[in-house]
Design a protein around this ligand. Structure first.
Ligand SMILES: Cc1ncc(COP(=O)(O)O)c(C=O)c1O
Length: 435
């Protein structure tokens, strides 16, 4: 298994051996093994990216579906983003003070998403969700927060629970959750804890939990329950912001307005970024000296000028591409439909899930019925086959995670049809895999 991959990735193999001696598991993000270690291989070390393609240190070329954790919607090394970063670089990287680009980026973001009456920049999405929930606690004077099972909001202490099926409580990191797309579980949560609930944090499209779109009225039900109980509704749009439309997917596509929102990934154009913002009444608590100086918002590298400059370049470019989102989303929808038709025609136990330009592939031990939830997907998941599928895609020059990932404006028709061909080539091998 994977002999071809191993024979053409010798530099990566040597680097991974060195990495394992000094870095935990050889990586700096647990998902960056990309499932290859499950099958006796190692992840490729990447050297260069351009447009929709990426090259490893051995010179192998891949169609990239991972796109820097879905951050590069314009493709790798977009000329305007690179030019903006280069210009800022010459001026001394980060000077630890205010910079002009942060004002410009905030103005652009507020124009695109008017509910961001006030906002703050930080360095990662994990910080953004941490500060958003902290603000909700300060605002409501309540402690409890709830999230969707399978929702990933970054590695901050308050939200690292119920990440993976069976979503059991661990002694240290316990918390409240509901099933995305299961309104009854939301009603029940509020019935039991509504009066103590500071906030509900949810992605409008459940990202790591399957790329699942919200069922009709699910987000609206969350909004109504939050209103009825005085809880703050936070949309984590770190994946969906500027991915499915120009601005907020929650507001523009699904018609629901949260109180607070977090953004990240795409807005940084490949540079580290996190953003939290929303209703001024709540955001005011982040001001210097607010409520006796309770600390919301620090960060040596917050509003880093390179991230701000890249962000301005990305958002300006996306403003120009505003009307092209429909095409991008349709390409993703068509891809998922085609691959699912192939899977069902061939009796292959896999299912592509996603929304618009997001397309994951799940390997399943048995069929599941809509509405899809992270619990149903998790209970049926065949992790070993998924890891093998991904590894074999790598071997054939397709780089992704969660089965595949998300496309960018730089992906071509050829990229998409080649991916479909490769998936068709490797899927029968994965199906026949004897565990
Ligand atoms: C929805 C969502 N929220 C938050 C985060 C955390 O962002 P970061 O990795 O920048 O800390 C992620 C990252 O994958 C995410 O997908």
């Amino acid at each position: 298994m994977l002999n071809q991959y191993i024979s053409k990735t010798r530099r990566s193999r040597d680097l991974f051996e060195r990495a394992e001696r000094v870095l935990c598991g050889g990586v700096n993000h647990n998902i960056r093994t990309f499932g290859l270690t499950t099958h006796g291989a190692y992840p490729p070390f990447m050297a260069r990216g351009e447009g929709s393609h990426i090259w490893d240190v051995d010179g192998n070329e891949y169609i990239d579906w991972w796109m820097t954790h879905f951050a590069k919607i314009l493709g790798h090394a977009h000329p305007s983003v690179i030019a903006a970063i280069r210009e800022q670089l010459e001026n001394g990287v980060h000077l630890g003070a205010l910079n002009e680009a942060q004002v410009e980026l905030a103005e652009l973001l507020r124009r695109a998403i008017p509910l961001l009456e006030k906002m703050r920049f930080c360095t990662t999405g994990a910080e953004a969700t941490m500060y958003a929930t902290r603000l909700a606690r300060l605002y409501t004077g309540r402690h409890l927060v709830a999230k969707a099972r399978g929702g990933w909001h970054g590695g901050n202490d308050s939200l690292v629970y119920h990440l993976k099926y069976p979503f059991t409580d661990e002694p240290i990191f316990a918390g409240l959750s509901f099933d995305f797309n299961d309104s009854d579980s939301v009603t029940e949560l509020f019935r039991e804890h509504g009066e103590e609930l500071a906030a509900v944090i949810v992605e409008p499209v459940l990202g790591a939990g399957g790329g699942l779109p919200p069922e009709r009225d699910f987000l609206r039900h969350l909004r109504e329950q939050c209103d009825a109980h005085g809880s703050v509704l936070i949309f984590d749009e770190i994946i969906t912001g500027f991915r499915l439309c120009y601005g907020s997917a929650g507001v523009e596509l699904f018609g629901v307005r949260p109180d607070l929102m977090t953004l990240g990934k795409i807005v940084g154009g490949g540079m580290p970024i996190g953003i939290y913002g929303g209703r001024e009444e709540i955001m005011r608590l982040a001001e210097p000296g607010a409520k006796g100086g309770r600390w919301v918002g620090g960060g040596t590298f917050s509003s880093h000028p390179l991230s701000m400059a890249a962000g301005v370049a990305v958002i300006r470019e996306l403003e120009r591409l505003k009307n092209d989102y429909r095409r991008l989303n349709t390409t993703g929808d068509t891809f998922r439909r085609n691959i699912n038709t192939y899977f069902s025609d061939e009796g292959i136990k896999a299912l592509s899930t996603g929304t618009g330009s997001i397309a994951f592939v799940n390997w399943l031990r048995h069929d599941i019925e809509p509405p899809l939830t992270a619990t149903k997907l998790g209970e049926a998941a065949d992790h070993k086959r998924l890891d093998l599928f991904q590894s074999l895609l790598f071997e054939q020059g397709v780089f992704g995670f969660h089965g595949l990932g998300a496309i960018s404006f730089a992906h071509t028709k050829e990229d998409i049809s080649r991916t479909l061909d490769v998936a068709r080539e490797v899927a029968p091998i994965v199906q026949a895999y004897d565990q």
